[in-house]
Write a protein that binds this ligand. Structure first.
Ligand SMILES: [Ca+2]
Ligand SMILES: [Ca+2]
Ligand SMILES: [Ca+2]
Ligand SMILES: [Ca+2]
Length: 547
């Protein structure tokens, strides 16, 4: 086993400071055990970080635990070690050859138990496929604690112990997970996000950075469909936030606009890059769902992932994408007219293994006049990992209304899978033409918010409707456009992406401009927005549709 060189300064061991992307390796002090070769004992090893997490979990979060518990454990195990990499304790050891080496963690219970000779990846007693899955599905997730007084949050040390209780949540203290009781939570049917919230509340942020990354730079991108002269919708993506990336448009897929019900962006192939999904009507109640996968440079050719009976009338229906099953996979949903007047219904097509969506399953139905629905999205407002329904309505009597229906958790086996559609925000005074809305997680607490651009008295303002546990919104004014740079709300459409890669969804404005369309990013901070970057594109704004 080669000895890694010692670094000069104990203040830096593994040189890594990123709080959103895990380190590639970690330096581990090896101690004496039966199967550890004598030449390894007392040395520091550079270990592949993912293997380190998997090997540790094989002992500390065993394979037979429920998958939700393992996912919570994978987040905590990863972050415990990662925290020590980015906050070095200055630990060093004199190795058997006389050299001094620094290390981030030691391989005993002092930190996390690491014994690759016996529990390593590929060993009979090593991590199995369930642990590997739990790690993969949560690799991009980090936890932070928010402080209201400083308007900031910090990546914190996540610990865990065996615990004194076998009742879910009973020994929760706000900072640690406990094996026995979190195992009970998993058996009770909680999702891993619900487990993390129960043990690590209050002020917990469950963060995923880089939302809506299409181009593959990790940073979120601006995207819009533009209608061309041949009547085709052409997908365009702009990488505006990544340092050194080419900000010019990448044109991709062309979609025949006839019979198109809708298009959406989401990562349906689980590689971290958002793909394009669209629904085409092939009959009154039948359709085809096509996917164009992003390869990082652009979209590939369209592939049919579902074709057939959609179970609902598609005329006037709304396509949406979201993870309704809390399995970290993107499902497709359609909000449509109900079977009788004044009713609406939602069906969900589950993402299956491979390139396919399952048959539509009834998720919700209730009184809603589809004629008043101006937009609908799937987003996890309640923060349990299951997508909820967000609907924007323009009531006949005027104003703007936003309603939510929350997916039940645990998921009922049959019947209604959602609670009722309830008003989360309503204003009779607002002119719908001067209110633009887009969902995103702006305060990175793992709950979907709605960002609202409002024109009032000549100066545009942004209000954040902050998602809450029961699908309600907290209204937080965050920004007013400067007098020197006014924004015409009625000539603006909104996109959303985490352009600066910090887990807070940023706003992307597409505004009418004398030379075409002006794209402007408003970067989200907790209590305000920061303007830029932006550019002007030569597309007639009238046909530009952000997605
Ligand atoms: Ca993808
Ligand atoms: Ca939810
Ligand atoms: Ca939020
Ligand atoms: Ca951001």
């Amino acid at each position: 086993m080669a000895l890694a060189p010692a670094f000069g300064s104990p203040a830096v061991c593994t040189p890594w400071t990123d709080e959103y992307t895990p380190p590639a390796t970690i330096r581990v002090l090896r101690t004496e055990r039966d199967e550890v070769p004598p030449e390894v004992v007392g040395t520091v090893q550079d270990v592949d970080f993912r293997s380190y997490v998997a090997t540790t979990m094989a002992v500390e979060w065993p394979e037979h635990y429920p998958i939700a518990t393992l996912k919570a454990g994978a987040v905590a195990t990863k972050q415990f070690a990662w925290y020590h990499v980015i906050h070095p304790r200055g630990k060093t050891v004199v190795q058997p050859d006389g050299s001094t080496a620094c290390f981030d963690v030691e391989d005993t219970w002092v930190d996390q138990y690491f014994y690759p000779e016996k529990y390593g990846v590929g060993m009979p007693a090593g991590p199995g496929p369930k642990i590997a899955k739990a790690i993969d599905l949560t690799w991009g997730i980090t936890l932070r604690k928010y402080s209201r007084s400083t308007q900031s949050s910090r990546f914190f040390l996540t610990g865990y112990r065996s615990g004194s209780s076998s009742v879910c949540g009973e020994d929760a203290n706000g900072f640690k997970l406990f094996h026995n009781s979190t195992r009970a939570c998993g058996k009770d049917g909680l999702t891993f996000r619900e487990i993390l919230r129960r043990y690590l509340m209050p002020n917990l942020e469950i963060v995923i950075a880089g939302r809506h990354d299409v181009v593959g730079s990790r940073h979120g991108d601006a995207t819009a469909m533009v209608l061309n002269d041949d009547g085709l919708q052409v997908a365009h993506a702009w990488s505006l936030g990544a340092p050194g990336a080419d900000p010019s448009s990448r044109a991709g897929v062309r979609i025949d606009a006839d019979e198109l019900v809708g298009f959406q962006s989401s990562d349906v192939s689980d590689d971290g890059k958002d793909d394009l999904v669209w629904l085409t009507q092939t009959g009154a109640r039948s359709g085809r769902i096509t996917v164009a996968l992003s390869d990082g440079a652009g979209y590939g050719a369209g592939q049919t992932w579902f074709e057939g009976d959609m179970a609902v009338p598609l005329k006037g229906a709304r396509l949406m994408v979201g993870d309704f099953h809390a399995d970290e996979r993107t499902d497709v949903a359609v909000l449509a007219r109900g079977e009788s007047g004044g009713m609406a219904q939602l069906v969900v097509l589950r993402k299956k293994a491979g390139n396919a969506f399952g048959r539509p399953v009834r998720w919700w139905s209730g009184p809603t006049e589809m004629g008043t629905v101006a937009a609908a999205w799937a987003g996890d407002v309640s923060g349990d990992g299951r997508a909820d329904l967000i609907v924007r309505e323009h009531p006949d009597q005027g104003g703007v209304r936003i309603k939510t229906a929350v997916t039940r958790s645990p998921l009922p086996r049959g019947g209604e899978r959602m609670g009722g559609l309830r008003v989360g925000f309503a204003s009779a005074a607002l002119d719908p033409l001067k209110v633009k809305t887009i969902p995103g997680d702006a305060n990175r607490d793992g709950r979907e918010d709605v960002l609202m651009l409002v024109g009032s008295g000549g100066r545009a303002a942004v209000v954040r409707l902050q998602g809450q546990l029961f699908g309600k919104f907290k209204r937080v004014p965050v920004w007013v456009a400067p007098r020197a740079a006014p924004i015409a709300v009625e000539k603006t459409r909104l996109g959303a992406a985490d352009v600066d890669y910090d887990g807070m969804t940023d706003l992307v404005l597409f505004s009418r401009h004398p030379r075409g369309t002006r794209i402007l990013v408003l970067k989200t901070r907790y209590d305000t927005l920061k303007s830029g970057p932006g550019q002007v594109e030569p597309f007639d704004w009238v046909s530009v549709r952000p997605y």
